[in-house]
Design a protein around this ligand. Structure first.
Ligand SMILES: [Zn+2]
Length: 299
């Protein structure tokens, strides 16, 4: 995975505006310990503790995409203009084979169609290698994945499960301001010898439970989902700019990365509008917002 030219420019801009970020960020070279590679939406390649993880692998092409109008959630859409927008709204930034190459384990924060490919017959993950270990959040999803042909399905736990020396701890995620749109999870990564910790918050709003977890875990690198997607019954499903500000205030020394941008129809923030909103909040340069295909390395 090479750092792209585009990625270099984006990372440098954020780096220049955030002085405390300087010691944590290394652009390439041998010292990096953690790599975060934004693929698309919540799909990320994460190298942590020397292990390659693929997070929330939604790998559909636009041609295989879906719309709210054709799905069962058409009546949930807040803005009718969103009904016919094809999701994913953009293609993968690299060949599928490159997304999958060298992955040691798949990790799914929750089984929703913008995080994992789901077929009409109830199976899931058609494009994935069924022999690669797959971590999911609960028994129901274990069942779906076994039915889908995955040979090594493992369940995340609140106490943490260990894979090749890396401990993955499931954290609570609240997937809706009115009511949660089903169970969702975050993942906290630690490993012996790894100086930094990583917390992928998953599809959650900022709430007391997440604030409590933040205070307990004190993560060094935080990835949050921030396009402020909305549906009628559930309200706002993931973070908006106010929530992102809350994360920044609660974790003043953490590197904050915003993901899940510019890919789903029910979003109410884009990279552009979120960036402008954060600037108004005095957070210019505080939050990294990678383009699809962009990669960061930390040591
Ligand atoms: Zn999502």
């Amino acid at each position: 995975m090479k750092l792209t030219r585009k990625g270099f420019i984006g990372g440098t801009a954020a780096f220049a505006a955030t002085s405390h970020f300087f010691p944590a960020l290394a652009m390439g070279g041998k010292k990096e310990a953690i790599k975060i590679h934004q693929i698309r939406n919540a799909t990320l390649r994460v190298r942590f503790g020397g292990v390659e993880f693929l997070i929330d692998p939604w790998l559909a092409s636009k041609a295989e995409g879906m719309t709210f109008r054709k799905g069962s959630f058409a009546s949930e859409v807040v803005d009718p203009a969103q009904l016919d927008i094809v999701m994913p709204m953009c293609e993968l930034p690299m060949p599928l084979a490159d997304v999958l190459a060298g992955v040691d384990a798949y990790v799914l924060t929750h089984l929703h169609p913008d995080h994992f490919d789901m077929a009409s017959d109830g199976t899931a993950g058609a494009k994935l290698d069924k022999s690669v270990p797959l971590f999911v959040q609960n028994e129901r999803e274990v069942g779906v994945m076994k039915k889908s042909g995955f040979a090594d399905v493992r369940m995340l736990t609140d106490d943490g499960v260990t894979f090749n020396g890396v401990t993955l701890k499931r954290t609570y995620a609240k997937h809706g301001t009115k009511e949660p749109c089903g169970p969702a999870s975050g993942i906290f990564f630690t490993a012996p010898g790894e100086k930094k910790t990583l917390w992928i918050l998953g599809d959650t709003i900022w709430c007391d439970e997440v604030a409590k977890t933040m205070a307990e875990l004190k993560p060094d690198v935080v990835i949050l989902n921030a396009c402020a997607a909305q549906l009628k019954t559930y309200g706002r499903l993931i973070m908006d700019d106010a929530d992102v500000e809350s994360v920044c205030r609660a974790a003043p020394n953490a590197t904050v990365i915003a993901s899940h941008m510019d890919t789903v129809a029910h979003a109410s923030l884009t990279r552009k509008t979120l960036k402008a909103a954060l600037e108004k909040r005095g957070l210019a340069g505080r939050v990294l917002m990678p383009d699809d295909g962009e990669e960061y390395s930390f040591n």
